[in-house]
Design a protein around this ligand. Structure first.
Ligand SMILES: *[C@@H]1O[C@H](CO)[C@@H](O)[C@H](O)[C@H]1NC(C)=O
Ligand SMILES: *[C@@H]1O[C@H](CO)[C@@H](O)[C@H](O)[C@H]1NC(C)=O
Ligand SMILES: *[C@@H]1O[C@H](CO)[C@@H](O)[C@H](O)[C@H]1NC(C)=O
Ligand SMILES: *[C@@H]1O[C@H](CO)[C@@H](O)[C@H](O)[C@H]1NC(C)=O
Ligand SMILES: *[C@@H]1O[C@H](CO)[C@@H](O)[C@H](O)[C@H]1NC(C)=O
Length: 224
């Protein structure tokens, strides 16, 4: 047993020596830890800071910088020239228009501006397009609401052509619908951008006796 211990003892330093030999390259490093400990701490700090920055950037990308859908709204509609429809009974000049003035707004909830190029609004009467207008593009600034007045000329002739005109005329109520489509782009950075198409479909009743619009219901849809 004692012999074995004595045999083991010389081996241990040998093994230790071998270890030291193996880690010869590591020894100066261990010295270095003593001398340049600050540097290694620094590296650790830098890594931690980088990690925190990366995490913050990812959080920003997915929360604050997340591209949100612009919201299209129709605040009011006014129709001029409804009396032309009454005059029709006594005969009117063809080519007259009803003028739709719709106050439309685009609410941009993004931290970047929403640039849009094409705005198209249609007016439907019993499924038929009686009016159409293309408005020029624009820009809704970050976290702002852009107001737009869309004016659409609706040809009285076209309204008269619609099959149900007579019965609606007698009832004094015209059910109309409008459809607005805006296509554009929200660009936060080159990496974070999205093409957005905002659509709004409104139905309303035009009351002949009050010359106004009532029962307005709008549905919004957004697609990429
Ligand atoms: C009716 O609208 C059309 C299309 O916008 C226009 O060309 C025409 O001049 C208008 N007619 C009248 C009488 O304003
Ligand atoms: C905008 O309208 C023009 C002309 O109607 C068309 O050529 C173009 O493709 C439209 N752009 C978009 C993004 O829909
Ligand atoms: C739209 O029209 C309304 C009423 O005519 C006016 O108060 C508003 O300032 C107009 N908005 C824009 C953006 O021209
Ligand atoms: C607008 O919505 C109504 C009711 O949901 C629908 O009947 C109509 O086809 C829609 N029009 C367009 C242009 O999407
Ligand atoms: C149309 O407007 C008149 C006057 O404001 C009102 O008395 C009538 O109830 C309205 N018609 C309908 C169908 O709502």
């Amino acid at each position: 047993m004692a012999e074995k211990k004595e045999q083991v003892k010389p081996l241990a330093p040998a093994a230790h020596r071998i270890n030291i030999h193996d880690e010869e390259a590591a020894v100066p490093l261990e010295f270095a830890t003593g001398r340049h400990g600050k540097c290694i701490k620094c590296c650790g700090c830098s890594a931690a800071v980088l990690l925190i920055l990366a995490t913050m950037i990812i959080i920003l990308m997915f929360t604050i910088l997340r591209v949100k859908d612009p919201v299209l709204e129709m605040n009011s509609v006014k129709i001029d020239g409804l009396s032309l429809l009454y005059r029709n009974a006594a005969g009117f000049h063809p080519g007259l228009n009803l003028t739709f003035a719709a106050d439309v707004s685009i609410k941009n909830p993004n931290v970047a501006s929403f640039k849009f190029d094409n705005t198209t609004t249609f007016v439907y009467y019993d499924g038929a397009v009686v009016g159409e207008v293309k408005s020029p593009g624009g820009q809704a600034r970050a976290r702002r609401t852009l107001g737009m007045n869309v004016t659409i000329d609706v040809a009285v002739d076209k309204v008269l052509e619609v099959g149900r005109f007579k019965s609606d005329f007698d009832a004094g109520i015209f059910p109309l619908s409008t459809y607005t489509r805006i296509s554009g782009k929200v660009r936060i950075t080159d990496m974070i951008k999205r093409s957005v198409v905002v659509k709004m479909n409104c139905t309303m009743n035009v009351n002949m006796s009050s010359q106004g619009v009532q029962d307005r219901i709008c549905r919004r849809r957004v697609s990429l």
